[in-house]
Design a protein. Structure first.
Length: 308
């Protein structure tokens, strides 16, 4: 069994599609298929069940792929150790990022970061926290931009900035006349909230004690912050946006913005890495780039805020 073959079976497992896996690995589909068939013959087991509709791993195949992931992760660690020893800012670097952070943070720094570091092949992948955890542990990601949570204590969490939660209120809503919003104001409101599993939603529900925050979900599942903003603008309910989104709003949209009353809920946006992460030069580059391109007021945590 070669590292190349392990890379191929991991790719097929991830994409459930031979053509997509081959494209990701930079080979033709016949080459990838032949190498996997050769491995299956060598091991004497079938790793994947193939049909015209989908590719699924067999029971033993899942175990084989899981071990292949571990081996590939350790093999890549050798390259990372050498790169860090040489203070290299070259090669590929895969960053996961939450969908509630990406649209507002990436435009501020990422294009500039790429231009200033042409030797680095950055790959950005949007995913939820649970998927980020799995991808980091499997070595599919080098780092992630996420939110500090108790469930992530097994990882290194380096603060990047502190971001307030902001209410976005329809003109027809009674709360539109308020200068700020208290958690107690939201009990009977129609709230446009992301689905469970988005920490942006989960943190707000916990902070505001929104035990029955399910009405909007029955109307709209799998929504996004941007979609819910449009719904509020059309005249219904309340949603919430991150502080960095404010710079992207028009004057008309800013009329719908209402800050929280004290204490102001904030999220601690962090760079997430595993405890065995070694490419610290790369991490410092990203940390500096982010901090240089967000408002300086967001770099410190103050006593008017409450981290959630």
């Amino acid at each position: 069994m070669t590292l190349q073959q392990m890379e191929y079976i991991v790719a097929v497992y991830r994409y459930r599609h031979f053509a997509n896996a081959a494209e990701q690995c930079g080979v033709t589909q016949p080459t990838l298929s032949a190498m996997i068939q050769k491995l299956e013959k060598e091991l004497g087991v079938k790793i994947f069940e193939r049909s015209s509709q989908q590719v699924t791993p067999t029971a033993i195949g899942k175990l084989v792929v899981e071990q292949a992931w571990k081996v590939l992760s350790r093999a890549n660690k050798i390259k990372d150790i050498v790169a860090e020893e040489q203070h290299s800012l070259n090669g590929s670097f895969r960053i996961g990022i939450l969908p509630t952070i990406a649209p507002y943070l990436l435009p501020r720094f990422f294009t500039k970061l790429e231009k200033e570091n042409p030797g680095i092949d950055f790959h950005i992948i949007e995913m939820k926290t649970a998927d980020i955890k799995k991808a980091l542990n499997r070595g599919e990601l080098d780092a992630a931009i996420a939110v500090r949570l108790d469930e992530l204590e097994a990882f290194n969490q380096t603060s990047l900035y502190y971001e307030q939660f902001i209410a976005y209120v329809a003109e027809t809503d009674p709360l539109f006349n308020n200068k700020n919003i208290k958690a107690s104001d939201l009990g009977n409101e129609f709230l446009w909230l992301l689905d469970e599993g988005h920490c942006f939603r989960d943190q707000l529900v916990k902070f505001c004690n929104l035990k029955s925050a399910t009405e909007s979900k029955s109307k709209y599942s799998l929504g996004s912050i941007e979609t819910f903003m449009r719904m509020v603008e059309s005249g219904q309910g309340v949603t919430f946006i991150p502080e960095l989104a404010l710079s992207q709003l028009s004057d008309k949209q800013m009329r719908l913005v209402r800050p929280f009353a004290l204490p102001i809920p904030v999220r601690d946006v962090v760079l997430l890495t595993t405890k065995t992460f070694v490419r610290h030069s790369m991490a410092e580059l990203i940390i500096k780039s982010v901090k240089d391109n967000v408002p300086q007021s967001m770099l410190t945590y103050n006593n008017t805020e409450q981290r959630i």
